[in-house]
Design a protein around this ligand. Structure first.
Ligand SMILES: Nc1ncnc2c1ncn2[C@@H]1O[C@H](COP(=O)(O)OP(=O)(O)OP(=O)(O)O)[C@@H](O)[C@H]1O
Ligand SMILES: [Mg+2]
Length: 262
């Protein structure tokens, strides 16, 4: 399967006719695409194109008005974000907001533990199972903090982290759950060049281990070095999709960027 060209690999994420309106503004307008398992897809487009809103709808943080989303062949539209996360789709946020007074380690442990340990009945009926899961999650959290290079800060409150370190914390946080696909919203924004190389490396090595990615990004060097296919949104619509070099030279894409508010 690894050797098959992207076009014949099965789609891990299939979005069909997705729509989302805010008031009279059609923010996501009949968006359809399919992302093969094993890809690092890019999603670019001018400010306000609807990229983050598309992520919200795909990940269950917002309900789309219409359309379908399939993850590994299973319909996930209309499910709560926690259910989508449990099904194997994790996402990060354009502006990471870790719990500031919790430690870096506890921030990484929050999401997976929320799936089981915080349910009253499970705590009461199966305390041993909950404790074992907590140990497992702690080990996984330490592993991923080490992977992103934040181990030394694990007992510090998250509020001391820089913007770039918060992006790495988010990557560790989503990886703890062992997702099939990770949606990253502007992983390079506000990140200094040294950390940027680290993020690119981490994404590549996670992808080599089998994680599929879809990445919103404005840094075109990052997009060109990481992403295939690159999909372009403008004014809520999916404009074009293809190889980074051809997409970035496409006159429709150039026009969409030139015509957008600065
Ligand atoms: N909750 C909301 N209520 C009303 N309008 C919204 C809401 N969220 C987004 N919008 C509007 O929808 C449009 C698309 O926003 P979105 O954040 O999806 O764009 P984007 O492509 O992610 O842009 P950027 O590259 O600047 O992050 C914008 O005009 C924005 O103001
Ligand atoms: Mg956005």
């Amino acid at each position: 399967m690894q050797d098959a060209p992207p076009s014949v690999r099965p789609a891990l994420l299939e979005v069909e006719g997705l729509c989302k309106k805010f008031g009279a503004h059609q923010t996501v307008d009949r968006v359809s695409f399919a992302l093969p398992a094993g890809a690092i897809g890019g999603l670019i487009g001018p400010n306000g194109a609807g990229k983050t809103t598309l992520f919200h709808c795909v990940s269950g943080f917002m309900h789309a008005d219409a359309g379908s989303v399939r993850l590994d062949g299973v319909a996930i539209e209309g499910r709560a974000s926690s259910a989508v996360f449990a099904a194997g789709l994790a996402r990060t946020f354009q502006i990471p907001r870790p719990f500031p007074d919790m430690t870096v380690l506890d921030n990484v442990m929050v999401a997976p533990l929320g799936q089981m340990g915080e349910r009253l009945w499970t705590n009461w009926l199966q305390p041993g199972k909950v404790a074992a899961q907590e140990r497992q999650t702690r080990d996984a959290a330490r592993h991923w903090l080490d992977f992103v290079g934040l181990s030394a800060l694990q007992d510090q409150p998250a509020r001391i982290l820089s913007g770039g370190q918060r992006k790495l914390l988010e990557l560790a946080r989503v990886m703890v759950a062992g997702p099939k696909i990770v949606l990253l919203d502007e992983p390079a924004a506000g990140v200094n060049p040294a950390l940027l190389d680290q993020i690119v490396d981490k994404v590549q090595s996670l992808n080599a281990q089998g994680t599929t990615f879809l990445i919103i990004e404005h840094n075109m060097d990052v997009v060109a070095s990481l992403c295939h296919p690159v999909m372009v949104m403008a004014q809520g619509r999916m404009l074009v999709s293809g190889r980074a070099d051809s997409v970035l030279q496409d006159p429709r894409v150039v026009e969409a960027y030139l015509g957008s508010p600065a």
